[in-house]
Design a protein around this ligand. Structure first.
Ligand SMILES: Nc1ncnc2c1ncn2[C@@H]1O[C@H](COP(=O)(O)OP(=O)(O)OP(=O)(O)O)[C@@H](O)[C@H]1O
Ligand SMILES: [Mg+2]
Length: 266
């Protein structure tokens, strides 16, 4: 089966046009590929932590996750956003099935930093693709929250870009990262400059020069690391543009394509 992993950023979910959800629901019929959603939920997790007066700390775009932070992230991701997306897709004519990496232990994780310096932030060690494949075969759209489980039962907060990259690698699928920006931008060039393509080395330089910062760091890193595995194509797309999904699916140029190799421009 031909899959397309669609990572929906928490930055955009509640502002994503209805037509975008409709396009996801029609992707299989129109383009023959099964959408698999992995989602984030950053802004609402921040809101919930602020309400609890819990300190919000990020390290290179990763949220420092005490057990209390993980519990809040799980509530917002696996509860609020997961079901919101499932309902939006149903409204758009699709049948979505929401779950997290904890369910069926379909995504196993271990700590990113075993020294505990960023708490229970996980990296995915194993994705069990069977459930995803079964759901797609039966016509459901899997909607996956990135919260995952360790072998000893510890629940890990996994960055949604990282989780989406791991799912794409397991399914040998292409991946698109849908966010609240038109792609990777360079404000030093102009306030609207978007790179149409970036290679691994160009991306590394932009991180070094602090042009790529915050949440864009784990996004480009997830893109680059899944390109090292089974993924052929990774693109960062604008969620405000309801045509961007179909433009991408029909082979058109949109957003920023992250490439493994150096490309030769004609
Ligand atoms: N060079 C850059 N080009 C574009 N955006 C950038 C760049 N550097 C940093 N960013 C920031 O990255 C953000 C996108 O990452 P962020 O993690 O905030 O959102 P998301 O991944 O879509 O949502 P979530 O993390 O909740 O899933 C943009 O809103 C922007 O502020
Ligand atoms: Mg993010």
């Amino acid at each position: 089966m031909n899959y397309l992993v669609i990572k929906l950023g928490g930055s955009i979910i509640s502002r994503l046009p209805d037509l975008f959800f409709q396009n996801i629901a029609e992707l299989k019929e129109k383009y023959g590929c099964c959408p698999v959603i992995v989602h984030g939920g950053g802004p609402k997790i921040n809101e919930a932590l602020e309400q609890k007066k819990t300190e919000i700390i990020f390290h290179d775009g990763l949220r420092v996750s005490t057990p209390e932070v993980v519990e809040t992230a799980e509530m917002i991701l696996s509860g609020h956003y997961n079901k919101k997306i499932a309902a939006k897709l149903y409204q758009a004519g699709g049948r979505a099935f929401g779950f997290s990496g904890v369910d069926g232990a379909c995504m196993e994780a271990e700590p990113v930093k075993p020294d505990g310096s960023i708490g229970n932030v996980g990296k995915i060690t194993k994705v069990d693709g069977q459930l995803i494949e079964l759901l797609c075969r039966k016509g459901y759209i899997p909607v996956i929250s990135p919260i995952s489980i360790g072998q000893n039962g510890t629940v890990y907060n996994v960055n949604a870009d990282t989780a989406a990259g791991a799912v794409a690698s397991a399914l040998h699928a292409n991946i698109i990262f849908v966010s609240d920006i038109p792609g990777v931008m360079n404000r030093h060039i102009s306030s609207t400059h978007v790179y149409s393509r970036l290679t691994a080395s160009e991306t590394a330089s932009l991180i070094e020069e602090e042009i790529i910062t915050g949440g864009m760091i784990p996004k480009v890193q997830a893109a680059l690391s899944c390109l090292q595995e089974n993924v052929k194509e990774t693109v960062i797309l604008n969620g405000f543009d309801s045509n961007s999904l179909f433009t991408y699916a029909s082979g058109g140029e949109c957003g920023t394509k992250i490439m493994k190799e150096e490309v030769t421009y004609a």
